[in-house]
Design a protein around this ligand. Structure first.
Ligand code: SF4
Length: 367
């Protein structure tokens, strides 16, 4: 890995100070910052800077971004999945999702995940290191550049690999840089329910939207599929959500992965509606994406069962969206593409797959 400072790792105020020590006069530093706001990945493109300034920058700094290893062909709904290689060889995923005039990029925040949700391929493969701000921003800028969507029209969701609230400081720096181009209301952070992180997020002056992965209407079942519930019980999570300060006109999102015969009954829908009553929230129902690495009892409900669950929620006063097929044909669920890469590597004698229990034993939920 390079010893150079990646300028995308610096929050805007720190960037100004750091550049000021190397670049003069001051307006030159401002020009560099403007290039960075455009997400460039090379000093060479900063053509309004004299060559000696660009050379001085390149001696101390880098603006490198993760390398695109593969990108899928656009799926039927237009979504494209990216597999990136980081400088240390780690691989992470991101997804470009065009949804009408709302275009989103789903970013990873860690190169793995210790939280160990049993329905998640990333959780199956276990913990990975925190991504730096440059690595998170690099996913965004690379995809935005390739897809040629104006930045201010993009939505960003931290819903890829990893638990963003376990990488809190880097997440906040990343948000600060994103906010130079994108309004906070266009950014969503999705969490498995890390209470200290939710409380820290609540204290930020410019808060992103909050999405919470709930997935079961009661503690017992949630703990079965989300072991993090043992540390941060569902009741305390709901209390924290009720305290969370929401800007006027904003909702939080309750994510609910639908597993056939497990959490998708009419009674479950009624219980979920009761659980979230009083919250400014909408439910995002996500039919499970089946995967060979995950427990084989976990199945996607039929469209009829999904409709019944959703209708019951609606009849109980809940606003619901269903992520029916977004990227399903390109293995768009968290970690599935990388999971395929690792499985391929095992088949060819590469690094072995971990067992679920090995993954679980790596879990470290402390911040
Ligand atoms: S769903 Fe999110 S928090 Fe849970 S294991 Fe997967 S990446 Fe981690």
């Amino acid at each position: 890995m390079s010893d150079l400072i990646n300028l995308y790792d610096l929050a805007p105020a720190q960037l100004e100070r750091t550049l000021g020590e190397v670049v003069s006069p001051a307006f030159r530093a401002k020009q560099v910052a403007e290039w960075l706001h455009r997400g460039v990945d090379s000093f060479d493109v900063m053509t309004n800077l004299p060559k000696d300034v660009r050379s001085a920058l390149a001696e101390k700094f880098t603006v490198a971004q993760p390398e695109v290893l593969t990108r899928t062909e656009p799926a039927s709904d237009g979504s494209v999945k990216y597999l990136f290689r980081l400088a240390d060889g780690n691989r992470i995923e991101s997804v470009f999702m065009p949804i009408g005039d709302r275009t989103s990029i789903c970013l990873s925040s860690q190169a793995g995940c210790a939280v160990g949700c049993t329905f998640c391929v990333t959780g199956f493969f276990g913990a990975g290191r925190n991504l730096t701000p440059a690595e998170m921003l690099g996913q965004f800028f690379t995809i935005q550049r390739e897809q040629q969507i104006p930045m201010e029209q993009m939505n960003v969701v931290f819903m890829g690999m990893g638990e963003p609230l376990l990488n809190f400081d880097n997440l906040v720096t990343t948000l600060d840089v994103l906010y130079t181009n994108i309004a906070p209301r266009r950014v969503t952070v999705s969490t498995s329910g890390i209470l200290p992180g939710i409380e820290e997020l609540a204290k930020l002056d410019r808060r992103p939207n909050l999405a919470i992965s709930v997935n079961a209407p009661d503690r017992k079942r949630r703990e079965e599929i989300m072991p993090i519930t043992a540390k941060y019980p569902l009741e305390r999570l709901m209390a924290a959500l009720r305290r969370f300060p929401l800007e006027k006109g904003r909702d939080m999102t309750i994510e609910y992965v639908l597993l056939a015969g497990y959490n998708d009954s009419t009674q479950d829908a009624v219980a979920l509606a009761k659980l979230i009553r009083g919250l400014h929230a909408k439910v995002n129902a996500i039919p499970f994406n089946e995967d060979a690495n995950l427990p084989q009892w976990m199945k996607r409900p039929s469209d009829r069962e999904i409709d019944r669950f959703v209708d019951t929620l609606v009849r109980n006063g809940v606003r619901v969206t269903v992520r029916r097929s977004k990227g399903r044909d390109i293995a768009a669920a968290c970690g599935q593409l990388r999971g395929k890469e690792v499985a391929k590597s095992r088949a060819t004698g590469g690094r072995p797959l971990r067992t679920a229990s090995e993954s679980a034993s790596e879990a470290d939920w402390r911040r």
